[in-house]
Design a protein around this ligand. Structure first.
Ligand SMILES: Cc1cc2nc3c(=O)[nH]c(=O)nc-3n(C[C@H](O)[C@H](O)[C@H](O)COP(=O)(O)O)c2cc1C
Length: 305
C-alpha cells in the first residue's frame, strides 16, 4: 500500500483534504491517524482571519458549496497552539498555506518549514493576488513566480502545489508549477459556484459565491488529474495527489488509474470522518482481488487501447 510523494514514503495512498478536518485535534479519537497515508491542515495565512459571514456552507445536489473565507488562527498561533499536537500525530502532516502576495506565501511557508514537525507544505494558490487582482492559480506566469519564490524557502519538507480547476486548461498551470520546482501537485481545488433561494431571491451563501465539492465534481476532477498526468506530470516524474468527490475505494482506484499517486478525501468526511480508514481496507481488498502487488502499479494504468 506504500506510495511515494517526492522523497516521502506514505504508508498508504489515503490522505485528508485541506479545510475538511481542521488542524488535527478536531478528529482525534474519531479518525485513527495512524492508519492514514497523510493529513493536510486547513489553510494557514500570515494573519488571523475571521472568514466570511454566514452561511458559509450549503448542501447542493451531489455535493456542497463552501465559502469559509480562509478563516484560520494565523501563522503565529498555528505555530504556538497547533504545531505541538501536529508533531504528535502518527502520520505525515502537510500544512496548507494561503496568501495574498508572494511575500505572504514565502513568509508563511518559510516559517512553517523551519519550525519542524511537518512533512511538507501544500500551496493553496486559489487566492487573489491583491496587487494584481488575478488568482495566483489561474495565471501561469504568476504561479511560476510564487512557486519559485516559495521553493527557495522550503528546504526540509515536500513542496506540493494545489491546482485550481477554474481555468480553461489546467496543463499549462501544472507545467508552470513543476518548472518552478514543485515536488508534487494536488488536483483539484473546488469549482466556483452559486446557490440561490428562489423564495427570497437571495444567494444562499453570505459570500454570494462558493466552491463546489463532493461527488458532483468527481468526473471533472478525474479529467483534470488525467490531463495533468498525461500532458505534464508523467514525463516530469512528479506525483499527483488526486481529489474531488471521493467516497469509496472504487473512486480511489479511478483516481489512481487516471494518474494520481495518492488520493485525498474531503467533503465525504462530513458524512463519515472514519471513511478513509475503511476505504483504505477496501483498496487493499481490490489489490488482492486483482492480483496487484503494489498500489503504485495502478498510477496511470488506465487502459486506453
Ligand atoms: C468546507 C471546505 C473547506 C475547504 N477549505 C480549504 C482550504 O482551506 N484550503 C484548500 O486548499 N482547500 C480547501 N478545500 C478544498 C478541499 O481540500 C478539496 O480540494 C475539494 O473540496 C475537493 O475534494 P472533495 O470533493 O473530496 O471535498 C475545502 C473544501 C471544503 C468542502
Amino acid at each position: 500500500m506504500r506510495v511515494r510523494i517526492g522523497r516521502l514514503e506514505l504508508r498508504n495512498p489515503l490522505l485528508t483534504a485541506s479545510g475538511t478536518c481542521g488542524y488535527g485535534p478536531e478528529y482525534a479519537g474519531v479518525l485513527d491517524y495512524a492508519r492514514l497515508g497523510g493529513f493536510t491542515t486547513k489553510s494557514v495565512t500570515r494573519l488571523v482571519r475571521p472568514g466570511n459571514p454566514p452561511w458559509r456552507t450549503v448542501e447542493v445536489a451531489g455535493g456542497m458549496l463552501n465559502a469559509i473565507g480562509l478563516a484560520n488562527v494565523g501563522l503565529e498561533r498555528f505555530i504556538a497552539e497547533k504545531l505541538p499536537f501536529i508533531r504528535s500525530m502518527p502520520t505525515p502532516v502537510f500544512a496548507n498555506v494561503a496568501g495574498y502576495s508572494i511575500d505572504d506565501y514565502v513568509h508563511v511557508s518559510g516559517a512553517l518549514d523551519a519550525a519542524g514537525g511537518l512533512a511538507g507544505i501544500e500551496l493553496n494558490v486559489s487566492c487573489p493576488n491583491v496587487a494584481q487582482g488575478l488568482m495566483f492559480g489561474t495565471d501561469a506566469a504568476m504561479l511560476r513566480e510564487v512557486v519559485r519564490a516559495v521553493r527557495g524557502v522550503v528546504r526540509n519538507g515536500a513542496l506540493i502545489v494545489k491546482l485550481s480547476p477554474n481555468v480553461t486548461d489546467i496543463a499549462p498551470l501544472a507545467a508552470a508549477a513543476i518548472d518552478a520546482g514543485a515536488d508534487a501537485l494536488s488536483a483539484i481545488n473546488t469549482y466556483v459556484g452559486l446557490a440561490i433561494d428562489a423564495e427570497t431571491r437571495r444567494p444562499l451563501l453570505g459570500n454570494v459565491t462558493g466552491g463546489l465539492s463532493g461527488p458532483a465534481i468527481k468526473p471533472l476532477a478525474l479529467f483534470n488529474v488525467h490531463r495533468v498526468y498525461r500532458e505534464v506530470a508523467r514525463a516530469a516524474g512528479v506525483p499527483i495527489i488526486g481529489m474531488g468527490g471521493v467516497r469509496s475505494a472504487a473512486d480511489v482506484i479511478e483516481f489512481l488509474l487516471a494518474g494520481a499517486s495518492a488520493v485525498a478525501i474531503g467533503t465525504a468526511l462530513f458524512l463519515d470522518p472514519t471513511l478513509p480508514v475503511r476505504v483504505c481496507e477496501s483498496v487493499r481488498a481490490y489489490l488482492d482481488r486483482h492480483g496487484v502487488q503494489s498500489v503504485s502499479e495502478l498510477t496511470g494504468a488506465l487502459r486506453l487501447e
